[in-house]
Design a binder for this molecule. Structure first.
Ligand code: MG
Length: 458
């Protein structure tokens, strides 16, 4: 089966609504997933949840029907964060889960994300096995074996309760502070969970973007340039911190008490500083994550490991390492003690725990540690293997520590550069971080040289 214009990745399928992403495509993938998941775990249900996107209700009906057609019992948990779907797969001992969400992508996108029985996104091998069903006839149920739909309205409450029940989380200390906080949910699913969590943590909340209708008033990725309204709200309300979630609530960005967006990397860095005193252990991030996280791990004497880019890769590396905490520099915090998925509600609780237990401000955590500048670039991918580029760079920068798990990352004590071919587009991503923008741009230029030479020769 061909799917022109769709972005098919390891653990999901994504497209523009009304273009490549049609109800037929969603139905086909959902049926294949349901057949695959229940063949592995007969008799167990499939959990379905969605974010707030305008097309979400339509695609939910399609996904329900597709799952019924392959005989699945569907537990529908409604409009929820993606991490809530992951938690509910575990709660219901489900065969798997489907999240109907295009995460931080622009308003015209939607997507289906595949979650396995452990609550993790599908690995490369699992994804390939599932997609193999698309090449033949998907096994459908006869009339007497069709599936059923069961609604479960308590998923959000269970998620909030699970965060509050984290043994090391000092809920009493957080509540005693009665923090004024600002919140921007960008008309996403965050508006379904964040008010309840912040209320339970004793915060006074000033909020924007709380209508969960998917009509994003700004680009939904919670990067600094999109957080102007939240910055204004922090200043106007006197909040000690501003929280911004992406539409499916697996990423959290922070605005400090002066109204300055501090960059998404600090979310994980602060979460690491919150957890390690109570839970000594190792830290895992992907290879494109800022040094501020490594610095936080080092300050607490924790082992630090890199994983290839991709949430499931980080989650699997964390499971293998028995890591205490990890995630991605894009504001994705993973706390295995709760579950192995990026979780913005957990991140909110950890940031408030850190503020409450240290008495410091958000800006204190930024100014007290070395600052870095990240520069991101992308180039057309040459039509040949990149091994020669990697070899040339390793030879030129022999003093740097090289990591070849996912492209090439070269590391120095205060800077790094990472080259990796995109999994979904014909480009090479180059990311560099250094103490100054000039130094980061120089690293990018150095990395481009052998790439340009190769492209010229090809
Ligand atoms: Mg997301």
């Amino acid at each position: 089966m061909r799917f022109d214009g769709l972005m098919v990745s390891v653990s999901g399928v994504r497209g523009r609504v009304g273009d490549a992403l049609t109800p037929e495509v969603m139905a086909t993938f959902a049926a294949a997933f349901g057949a695959w998941a229940t063949a592995r775990h007969p008799g167990r249900p499939v959990v379905v949840g969605r974010d707030s996107r305008v097309s979400g209700a339509m695609f939910t009906r399609v996904v329900h029907a597709a799952l019924e057609s392959v005989g699945c019992t569907v537990i529908d948990i409604g409009m929820v964060p993606t991490p809530t779907v992951q938690l509910e797969v575990e709660h219901h001992h489900a065969a798997g889960g489907l999240a109907i969400t295009a995460s931080h992508n622009p308003i015209e996108w939607n997507a289906l994300k595949f979650i396995g029985s452990s609550g993790l996104f599908l690995s490369a091998a699992e994804g390939a096995e599932m997609r193999a069903l698309l090449d033949g006839a998907i096994p459908r149920a006869t009339w007497d074996r069709l599936g059923t739909i069961v609604a479960d309205e308590d998923a959000i409450r269970r998620h909030v309760d699970a965060v509050l029940a984290l043994p090391f989380l000092d809920v009493a200390a957080i509540r005693a502070k009665a923090f004024p906080v600002a919140l921007d949910c960008c008309h996403g699913a965050g508006s379904r969970i964040m008010p309840a969590l912040l209320d339970a943590l004793g915060c006074t909340v000033s909020s924007i973007g709380m209508t969960a209708d998917g009509r994003f008033p700004r680009p939904p990725e919670p990067v600094a340039e999109n957080l102007g309204a939240l910055s204004d709200l922090v200043r106007a309300s006197g909040a000690v911190v501003g929280f911004a979630t992406d539409p499916d609530v697996d990423r959290l960005a922070l605005v400090d008490e002066t109204g300055r967006p501090i960059g998404e990397d600090y979310t994980l860095a602060m979460a690491v500083r919150a957890v390690l005193p109570a839970r000594p252990g190792s830290v895992v991030t992907n290879l494109s994550t800022s040094k501020v996280v490594q610095d936080a791990a080092r300050d607490h004497g924790a082992d630090f490991h890199f994983a290839p880019v991709g949430e499931v890769n980080v989650a699997l590396a964390m499971r293998d390492a028995g890591a205490t905490i990890g995630g991605e520099g894009n504001g994705g915090v993973i706390l295995p003690e709760l579950h192995l998925g990026r979780d913005a509600p957990v991140a909110v609780a950890l940031v408030l725990h850190l503020l409450a237990t240290t008495g410091k401000s958000v800006s204190d955590f930024v100014t007290a540690h070395p600052r870095y500048v990240i520069v991101k670039d992308k180039l057309d991918r040459p039509d040949v293997a990149l091994d020669a580029v990697y070899a040339a760079l390793r030879e030129r920068f022999a003093e740097a520590v090289a990591d070849t798990q996912d492209g090439l990352r070269l590391d120095w004590p205060d800077r790094w550069v990472h080259l990796r071919p995109s999994g979904t587009e014909p480009i090479v991503r180059v990311i560099a971080e250094a103490p100054t923008e000039e130094a980061a741009r120089q690293l990018i230029a150095d990395a481009r040289e052998p790439l340009a030479a190769l492209a010229g020769a090809a």
